[in-house]
Design a protein around this ligand. Structure first.
Ligand SMILES: NC(=O)c1ccc[n+]([C@@H]2O[C@H](COP(=O)([O-])OP(=O)(O)OC[C@H]3O[C@@H](n4cnc5c(N)ncnc54)[C@H](O)[C@@H]3O)[C@@H](O)[C@H]2O)c1
Length: 239
């Protein structure tokens, strides 16, 4: 089953690492022309690639980055928002400085809104937008309230944008723990040595993104794909 994105233009934020980088590889393998955006240095990838350094919270910088990609490769068939931060992990809200709350919301929420806003003039007629949410939109571990709130907002803004943007599909993926530099920094390498919880790979998530970005998912719009190995489906009843 091919994605039908060969020769089409895809832009990915957060493309320097983890899920964004895995998405870049997945779209390139489909023959897409890929624009990579990140505030960190972006690794060299072979293929039809243009890499631009930009911070997703800086509207002007982000808009210029998207313009560079479109000028090189043409209108956007898919926009993938992977840039994100976890912010404080294991810190109760009472001890979380306001500046750290603001930073999580700026990157994870405002960054996604600015991405869609700035991409809008460049979208192809059949464009698909895929944003990275998280299972943290639906379930919580203590000490990550700002992150959970930010991902809940991604689910809400996904639905709102799906209603607001005629002809453009907007969906988000909401994975449980993914083995990436972010998760290892948060949980420690030891947690991934013999994990007591199911772990998915960045490539697993990239395949979910690829499906939602592709015309193959044409009727799917405004949805949050909760990929958590079914854990959130379990009843409180101990059976
Ligand atoms: N790793 C997980 O367990 C997990 C689970 C669910 C959802 N997610 C989400 O997936 C997305 C990708 O996370 P990851 O695990 O690949 O993390 P990662 O840290 O490996 O990659 C995130 C990338 O985003 C970039 N970035 C951060 N802030 C930015 C900004 N302001 N402007 C531009 N680029 C910026 C970073 O430089 C980095 O390259 C995030 O939105 C994250 O919340 C991750």
């Amino acid at each position: 089953m091919r994605s039908q994105l060969g020769g089409r233009t895809v832009v990915i934020t957060g493309a320097a690492s983890g899920i964004g980088l895995a998405c870049a590889h997945a779209f390139l393998a489909e023959g897409a022309r890929v624009g990579l955006v990140d505030r960190a240095p972006i690794p060299h990838l072979d293929g039809d690639v243009v890499a631009v350094r930009a911070d997703v919270t800086d509207e002007r910088e982000l808009g210029a980055a998207l313009g560079t990609v479109v000028q090189r490769f043409g209108r956007l068939a898919a926009v993938v928002g992977c840039a994100g931060i976890s912010g404080p992990v294991g810190t109760p809200l009472a001890q979380t400085p306001a500046a750290e709350i603001a930073e999580v919301l700026a990157v994870n929420v405002t960054g996604q809104l600015l991405l869609v806003k700035q991409a809008q003039p460049y979208l192809a007629d059949d464009a698909s937008i895929v944003l990275l949410g998280s299972d943290s939109a639906f379930t919580a571990a203590p000490g990550m309230v700002p992150y959970c709130a930010s991902k809940g907002a991604v689910v809400a803004l996904t639905r709102a944008l799906a209603v607001e943007l005629p002809g453009t599909r907007v969906n988000c993926v909401c994975p449980s723990v993914v083995d990436t530099p972010m998760a290892r920094a948060d949980l420690g390498d030891l947690a991934f040595a013999a994990p007591a919880f199911p772990v998915q790979s960045a490539e697993d998530v990239a395949r979910q993104v690829l499906y939602l970005a592709s015309p193959l998912s044409r009727p799917v719009n405004g949805q949050a794909l909760l990929a958590d190995f079914g854990l959130s489906s379990r009843s409180a009843f101990p059976a």
